[in-house]
Design a protein around this ligand. Structure first.
Ligand code: FAD
Length: 396
């Protein structure tokens, strides 16, 4: 086998890219800064588009076994508890888009991807040693690792997350932008009553804040994510602990259901939301970006992991199709992905607007219209995302 493709970062995107490239016949060398990128994070959502990417990686069944299949998403109002809109998921989502909708713990998705990549004979992993520098020329790319070693390869994929070291080489110096919001996450044990209720994702839409919860059935847990507009606290970290009492206070009294869930929070995590502005060019010569390193986005459409999985499949397909011209293949990959990820980012912000409306008149008008649309044409709210879930990365 010829020189390897180098992958910086072994998160969801890096592990998926390593596996996709290995399955396409490339040798892969993956470098991950953490010594043990194991249990971290909380729940995440995967729509049919992301599950189709997992199917391409041969992992749909493994992920299905660790996931729950929500039957619907409900948008509700704190106080009254009114259900403004309901989008059917479950069988309806699968029939319409050709793959199921999953909820699962990030650690479970990451373990499945990471172990599949590690077990592939074409993949060599170096853990606990991040990439500190990169360079590229006409015939290859090179990384310098934290321990001083230099490794060269056919191409280099920057999947090193929102604080990417490799991004500067492609996009110049542009730091991720603080999105003016703080996000809470927590996982609480599910009660017998929770387990007996159909698995639904509920979005409570408050003024300048919202709270989402859904069951992670395979773990008998409930995932809670709360987002609050604020300008003061800006720390971008997935592992920053928060005060459970402060999380409870942000959403106190919204409903008996949310008070009960929040009352069971013993450990809370918080992170300040950051995003990258969309890039028009995703590669420079033999270096390309993937996942959050390229298009970190707010979580209001629950597509961060999904976009990284799609990237991985499209990247491997483009490289496999143009082994004779790697730089061109990387350029094609970026061109195939940039409009879609920018649209997802924009749609994510539209949800932030919808979920956080403050003015009482606007709330009455927007939620009234949403409710009326749901009543007249129950499928309509879901169909506005046909463009998102019908995408198949194998065909892109
Ligand atoms: C610890 C953690 C917890 C998370 N929890 C959640 C969650 O609960 N819910 C949710 O929706 N999303 C969560 N995410 C984010 C989600 O995984 C990503 O938004 C999405 O999956 C895109 O994946 P990615 O691979 O591009 O980025 P990430 O998943 O962030 O992975 C980037 C990887 O690159 C590694 N890395 C960073 N710098 C370097 C370097 N210089 N050299 C080598 N490796 C490097 C990081 O250690 C990390 O493993 C979490 C991410 C992390 C890292």
């Amino acid at each position: 086998m010829s020189e390897a493709v180098l992958v910086a970062g072994g998160g969801i995107g890096g592990a998926a890219a390593a596996l996709a490239l290995a399955r396409a016949g490339f040798a892969v060398k993956l470098f991950e800064a953490r010594p043990d990128p194991a249990e971290a994070g909380a729940g995440l959502q995967l729509g049919a588009n992301a599950v189709k990417a997992l199917r391409m990686l041969g992992l749909e069944d493994a992920v299905a076994a660790a996931a729950s299949r929500p039957t619907a998403i409900e948008l509700r109002l704190p106080g009254s508890g009114r259900v403004v809109s309901r989008v059917a998921l479950g069988a309806a989502h699968e029939a319409r888009y050709g793959a199921p909708y999953f909820h699962l713990h990030r650690a479970d998705l990451h373990r499945i991807l990471f172990e599949a990549a590690r077990a592939h004979p074409n993949v060599e992993m170096t853990l606990g040693c991040g990439v500190v520098r990169s360079a590229h020329g006409k015939s290859g790319a090179e990384v310098t690792l934290a321990d001083g070693r230099e490794v060269s390869g056919l191409a280099l994929i920057g999947a090193d997350g929102v604080r990417s070291v490799l991004r500067a080489g492609v996009a110049g110096r542009d730091e991720p932008r603080f999105a003016g919001m703080l996000a809470w996450r927590a996982v609480v044990p599910a009660t017998e009553a929770n387990m007996a209720t159909p698995p639904i994702a509920t979005v409570w839409m408050g003024r300048g804040r919202h709270l989402v919860h859904y069951p992670l059935t395979a773990r008998r847990e409930i995932n809670l994510i709360g987002v609050v507009e604020q300008a003061d606290w800006k720390e971008e970290s997935w592992v920053s602990p928060g005060d459970p009492a402060a999380m409870r206070a942000d959403f106190a009294g919204w409903s008996a259901e949310t008070d009960a869930l929040l009352g069971r929070v013993e450990t809370a995590w918080r992170w300040a939301l950051h995003e990258h502005k969309p890039l028009s060019v995703w590669s420079a010569g033999r270096v390309a970006l993937l996942g959050d390193a390229c298009h970190a986005m707010p979580p209001f459409l629950a597509q961060g992991a999904g976009m990284a999985l799609e990237d991985a499949v499209v990247l491997a397909n483009r490289l496999a199709g143009r082994r004779d011209d790697i730089a061109r293949a990387l350029r094609d990959y970026g061109e195939a992905r940039r409009d879609r990820t920018a649209r997802v980012q924009k749609a994510s912000w539209a949800n932030a607007w919808r979920f956080h409306l403050r003015h009482p008149v606007l709330r009455t008008l927007v939620y009234g219209a949403l409710g009326a649309a749901s009543a007249v044409a129950p499928g309509a709210p879901g169909r506005m995302y046909d463009w998102l879930y019908s995408y198949d990365p194998a065909m892109a």
